[in-house]
Structure formats: C-alpha cells, structure tokens
Design a protein around this ligand. Structure first.
Ligand code: GAL
Length: 749
C-alpha cells in the first residue's frame, strides 16, 4: 500500500505559496469556509486492510512509503523466531476488522489510530523511569539522556501492551508522539458525556458524573513526520504472552555468558594496570565475589572524543594485563563512546563515512554503512578481542540536544539524523554483537546507554547517569515490557543503609554492577554493612543456576528474566491508588488528581518476588502479595496470599525482602562461588517452597560460545513431589555446566 503526499507540500516554492495566500486574503469574508481542504471526520480516514500475518499472533501492515525508512526489526540481533511463535497457539486478531485507521496529513505527519477501551490499562513504551502504567498520557518517544521525561528516555521503545491482552509496535525509527486514550475526536462513537463544570445548584445532581480535566478517549493516536510507518500487532492470552511474542519476533531474548551474571566492578576512570590489580587482590582479601572489571575512559590514549587505542602510560602491556586477569577468572570490559578523535588511527578512513556534524568534536561514523562497520570491527578485533577483552560499555549513544548532532545533520547513507539518533545505540550493539563477538563465536555481556525497538536479542544492559533509587527500581519493570535489560547500578551512597539497599536492588537485576568511575568506592567501604553486602552478592552467586536458566527461557521463549509484576496476572488489581485532586486557582486550576502506582516490586526469575528497601522505605515497607501462597525465601514461612503486608529490615536481619511462589523449585549452589569460573561443576541443592508439587528447568551449555544455537545444550527437568522427593530428567547432549544436586531443602514445614 502506498500513498503520496499532498503535492503542494513537496513541490510548491515558498514564493508560490505566498502568492496563493495573498490572493486568498484579498477574497471576501467567505475566505475561511471556502478553503476547507481536508476532511476531518473519522469515517474519511483510510482503514488499514493489508495485514500480513507472519506468525501466529503477529500481524504487520505498512502505511505510506517505507522504502527509505529505517525499521527497528531490520536491526534486530537475530531473525524472528517464527517456529517458536507458531507453537504458542493461534489467537484471533485482537481488533475488529477495519477498526485501525490512519491519515497522511498535508504537513507530512503520518498518523495511526488504534481503538482502545476506556477500561484498558496501557503499559510499556520502553525504559520509562517514572511510571509503569502509561494510561492517559502523552509521550514523545525520542531518544534522549535521562531527566527529560515525557517519554524521552534511553530506550523510547514504541511498543505498548494493553491489559486486554494485545500489544502494538510502531516499527519505525522516527520520533513518535503518542496520545494514549486522550484527544477525543469530534465524531467518536464512544465519547464520554459532557459535564457542566459550573452548574447552577439545582443541576448539580443531574450531572452525568464528575467533570474531568482529561476526558478519556477511545483510542491511541500516534504520529511521526516521515514517509511511512510500519505497524505491528501482537496478541496473547495474557500480557506476558504478548511480551513473549514481541521478544520472539525480535529474535528471542539475549543469552549472556555465565560470567556476565556474576559481580561487576568498574574502577576509577584514572586507574592504571597496577591499581586495578591491587583492587582485584582486595576482592580476594575481603572474600568478595568478582567476575568482571570495567575500565573507564582513562584506558584510552584520548577520550571524548575517543581513539579506541590503549593508553600505554597507564597500561604498558595490555595483553599481559588482560590475560593476567583472565587467569584469575576475571574478565575485562572497556568503556568507550563512539565519537572518533582526530588522533585515532581510524580517523582518516572513517572521515568520509561519517555524518556532517561532530559530538564533543569527534566525528560520528555512519554505522548503517558496511564499510564503517568493517573498519571499527577490524580494529576492535585486533586491539581488544584478540587479547581477551570480553565486552564494552558503549556510552553516550543516547544523546542530549546540547551535545548530540542536530536534527538537520546529514549522513552519508542518506538516513536521517533523526533515524540515526533513534538507532545509534542499536547500531553499535549490532556491530559489536554480530561482527565482533558472534563472528568469533564468543558471547559477550556488555553495557550500552541507549537501545530501542526489537532489541531483545542483544546482550547489552542499559544504565544511566540518573540516580533516583525509586526510579531505578521502576526501570526494572518497564524495561521488561519491551525487550530491554536494565541495571540499577550502584555508584555511591550517603549512608551505610543506602549503600546496602542499593546493593540489594542491583544484585537482583540483570547486571550486578558497581560503577565507581568517579567515586572509586569499594563494596566494603561502609564497614557496618560489609557482611550484609557480601551476603547479598553471595546469594546472587548461589542463585546463578536459577538465574542462568531464567535467561535461557528469555532466549528460547521470550520470557523476561527480571520482570514487572503486572506480567504476573493477578497483580494488576492492586497496582494503583487514585487520589482525587483539590481545586486551587493557582496551583491546580483543573483539580487534577494523581495516580500512585505500586511499582516497587518485581520478579527475579520465574519464582522469586523482590521488594527492595529504598529511600523513605529504607527499613520498613509494604509488600503487595498477589493471589496464591507466597513464602518467605529465607525461612519458608507463609507470608500471605492476595494481601498487603509490612516487612522490616530488623525482622529480615538486614536481608532483601524476597518471596517465593507456592510449589516453586529453586536450584542453587550449595556454596557461593567466588566467580563464575569457580562455579562450573559446583554442586547444588534444590529448594522447594509450599506443599504442592513443582518443577523447573535447569539449563546448561558451555556458558560462553554460540554452540548452543546449533543445539549444544542440555536441560535437566527437576520435579519435586508434594513430599519432597526429587526426580531428574535430562534432555539434550550438551555439556554439563553445574554439578550434582546434593539434596532437596523442604522450605515449608
Ligand atoms: C558517563 C557514564 C558514566 C561514566 C562516565 C565516564 O557518561 O554514564 O557511567 O562512564 O561517563 O566519563
């Protein structure tokens, strides 16, 4: 299906337009009426009819001309998992036929209108740090640094999930403005009743309801400025199944190497090789687990803009240094931002392949061009990968208007500045994942500060310079709705309690990352909580078999390893409190109310719910237990079923509040290993909660290569009956990664 733009817009010169305007002005008083050029009623909007149906529960359609538009699915890590999608059932298209309409406006906007009931809740739109529920909001989904709000974020993924069990994905790398259930059309059939806001006294009772500042609309309307957009619809029996389909269509979830799930420490930006080695030794001295050391900008000859070349004053022998760490089981990760310095060896070759403007005076390579990709991948292979570097922290790809390229910048590929801004983080992920790591059959687990749609297959975790603990917890939920991994990294703290609380949050996230690039802080720097901090890192290490298996489910089935409570079905009812607004002519003239969300809990793997202490809830907080029996992780005592409880740090002996579902089976190491290398082959125990039978799948492979994609993995299905007897079935011929199961701990007496 293709549409042409209003010819006036694209061909008329400014002078011609001006002369038309002047002629019209000279006409009679009918001027306003005689110039109606565009129908404005709903029934005149064209209907999207040409839906493709690439897999069960997945539909797509194009509006306008997509020939030169960049789509997120074109940048996905892996091809769509059509076979797996087709095993998920065959749901009906979740909308009435002919109910999705669009328009291509004279100003070049492409708008699509998707029906949405007033009772539907909408979730998603990427890594939003303030709210999970996006009902009745206007969002500008533009790639941006933190702090802009209103939709602008590190991962403004244009995908939403409805509580009715479907999802909508705007598959185009354009800035998108979306109006969720607001903006009532004049001829909508489901408009709310008009209410007189200032009725005479005797008419107050007959008003059809309270006057509302934001009368609920019956659709989601979203628009871009561009030539066209692709719309995708995902269906499912539950919101989780919708997210699963979105992830599977994006190529499935990422599978990190096992080491990626251990503890990470990013050292001070100016550390040299010897200082790093001393810090690693201190980890051993303090008996703290450690898997990855991250070097910050000082490892390079120049940074901001960058060279990607080793600073030999600080690191005289990078290969010996990297290999020395590897011998201790420690991987090295390198910080970079992608803007190239004049001092870089790559500069001259990259110059013609870069955009019109600079960032921090560095040129901006156009990584949609194969030649640019090849140059960077080859240099990274020779200087980093071949000496043992395990991954990167790709910084500054989210942009910020003051230091990114302007929207009118041009790039040699002809892609727009806007499309490059929306996808720059993804392009770098694609390059590093496909051209460097996958091409050399080594998995990576890396960091990136920006991502976007269809990115679930990338083993990159987003982080931010923002530092609000509540928002960091919310991010764990919102990321899980859109195929994104997020780390609420710890950098510093104003008190020992805050240090412990933040450490506990990050240890139940996709990446347990301490980023000391500016503070130089170490995990044991608050002595009064050192044991409690070690305890939670050790618990993460003990849970590696459970968490690695959760990532395998992300990879194979699209189920997020850390996820929002609303994906747990019964939680939705308890997720909001509505507070009515009070009229005030100065501060609240529309008497706008507030919705307070319960978004400070999340699932870690399939069975453990985490409710971290934070901010004013530093040592005491409420926890919403969804329907079903939930047990205290540490003691097995029944905590409740479909109710709100209060927990305190004192009663938990300073441990993280963790609750486990009835019947859950949790495989974990009998002892905490000091890193993932030491973890290989270690014996496990299995914890069984509640008094009903349960089972879980324990996934194993070589933990570091892509051989699993060719079938080299195995699954131990662990089943425990109501009396605690264990049965183990093994499928697949892949290598054993973990040791034997020593015993079943029956947690519930
Ligand atoms: C910031 C980044 C920090 C740190 C710093 C080094 O942009 O978010 O985590 O890497 O750069 O200069």
């Amino acid at each position: 299906m293709s549409q042409t733009h209003c010819p006036l817009k694209s061909t008329a010169s400014f002078a011609a337009l001006l002369s038309i305007a002047l002629t019209l002005h000279a006409q009679d008083a009918d001027f306003m009426h005689s110039t109606v050029k565009q129908a404005t009623t709903l029934d005149t909007l064209p209907v999207i009819q040409d839906w493709q149906h690439p897999a069960n529960g997945v539909w797509s359609a194009s509006i306008g001309d997509m020939a030169n538009e960049l789509r997120y699915t074109d940048l996905a890590a892996e091809p769509p998992r059509i076979d797996r999608l087709n095993t998920l059932g065959d749901p009906d298209f979740p909308f009435e036929a002919d109910s999705i309409r669009y328009s291509i406006n004279p100003d070049g906007r492409v708008m699509v209108r998707i029906p949405c009931g007033p009772d539907e809740k909408l979730y998603g739109y990427g890594l939003q740090l303030d709210k999970v529920n996006q009902t009745s909001r206007v969002l500008e989904l533009n790639m941006d640094h933190w702090g802009q709000g209103g939709g602008r974020t590190h991962a403004p993924v244009p995908f939403y999930v409805s509580s009715k069990g479907y999802g909508v994905f705007f598959n185009t790398a354009r800035f998108l403005k979306v109006y969720n259930q607001i903006s009532n059309r004049k001829d909508a059939t489901q408009r709310p009743h008009e209410v007189d806001r200032n009725p005479p006294e005797d008419e107050v009772a007959s008003q059809p309801g309270p006057w509302q500042a934001n009368p609920m609309g019956d659709s989601v309307e979203a628009a871009i400025s561009g030539n066209g957009l692709e719309l995708m619809v995902f269906a499912g029996d539950s919101m989780l199944e919708v997210v699963q389909r979105y992830n599977l269509y994006s190529g499935g979830g990422a599978l990190p190497p096992l080491w990626g799930l251990g503890f990470w420490h990013r050292v001070h930006a100016h550390h040299n090789a010897q200082q790093v080695e001393t810090e690693v030794a201190e980890y051993t001295e303090h008996q703290f687990p450690l898997d990855v050391i991250g070097l910050e900008p000082g490892w390079m000859t120049k940074s901001y803009p960058c060279t990607f070349e080793w600073q030999t004053k600080r690191f005289p022998d990078p290969q010996a240094f990297t290999q020395g760490l590897l011998k201790q089981g420690i991987r090295l990760n390198l910080w970079e931002n992608p803007y190239l310095s004049q001092h870089a060896k790559l500069y001259a070759d990259m110059y013609p392949l870069s955009g019109s403007h600079t960032v921090w005076l560095g040129i901006v390579p156009d990584y949609t061009l194969p030649a640019a990709r090849h140059l960077l991948a080859a240099q990274h292979k020779a200087d980093h990968f071949d000496i043992g570097i395990s991954g990167y922290k790709m910084d500054e790809v989210d942009g910020y208007d003051r230091w990114l390229w302007p929207d009118h910048a041009t790039f040699p590929s002809g892609n727009s500045a806007e499309a490059l801004r929306q996808t720059y983080g993804m392009l770098l992920q694609k390059l590093l994942y496909q051209d460097l790591f996958k091409a050399n059959n080594q998995r990576t687990y890396s960091l990136v500060r920006a991502s976007n749609g269809a990115a679930s297959g990338y083993p990159f975790v987003i982080y931010s310079d923002s530092y609000d603990h509540a928002q960091y917890i919310t991010g764990l939920s919102t990321a899980s709705l859109c195929g994104i991994l997020w780390t609420p990294e710890i950098r510093s703290a104003g008190s020992a309690r805050e240090w412990l609380n933040r450490m506990q949050t990050v240890c139940f996230s996709p990446m347990a990352n301490l980023n000391a690039w500016a503070s130089g802080v170490k995990p044991w720097d608050f002595p009064e909580v050192t044991d409690a901090v070690r305890d939670v890192i050790e618990l993460r290490m003990r849970l590696l078999p459970y968490f690695y298996s959760a990532f395998a489910a992300y990879n194979r089935d699209g189920i997020p390893p850390v996820r929002a409570m609303i994906l747990e079905g019964d939680f939705e009812a308890g997720d909001q409190t509505i507070i009515a607004g009070e009229l005030d002519s100065e501060t609240n003239p529309y008497a706008t109310g507030e919705i307070i969300e319960k978004n400070d809990q999340f699932m870690f793997g399939p069975s453990i719910m985490v409710a971290p202490f934070y901010q004013e809830h530093a040592t005491e907080r409420s926890v919403q237990l969804p329907a079903g029996n939930w047990y205290n992780f540490y003691t097995g005592v029944l905590a409740g079923n479909n109710c709100m409880i209060t927990v305190t740090a004192a009663e938990l002996q300073d441990r993280t509040p963790l609750f486990v579902k009835q019947g859950a089976i949790i495989p974990m190491f009998a002892q905490a290993p000091l890193n993932s290398t030491a973890a290989k082959g270690q014996d496990m125990i299995v914890r069984h909660y509640g008094n009903t039978a349960g089972s879980c799948e324990l996934y194993e492979d070589d933990a570091s290569t892509f051989d699993y994609q060719g079938g080299s993995y195995r699954i131990r299905t662990l089943s425990v009956d109501a009396d605690g007897a264990l049965d183990v079935k093994i499928e697949g011929n892949g290598p054993a990664l973990f040791g034997e199961i020593l015993n079943v701990e029956q947690m519930t007496k």
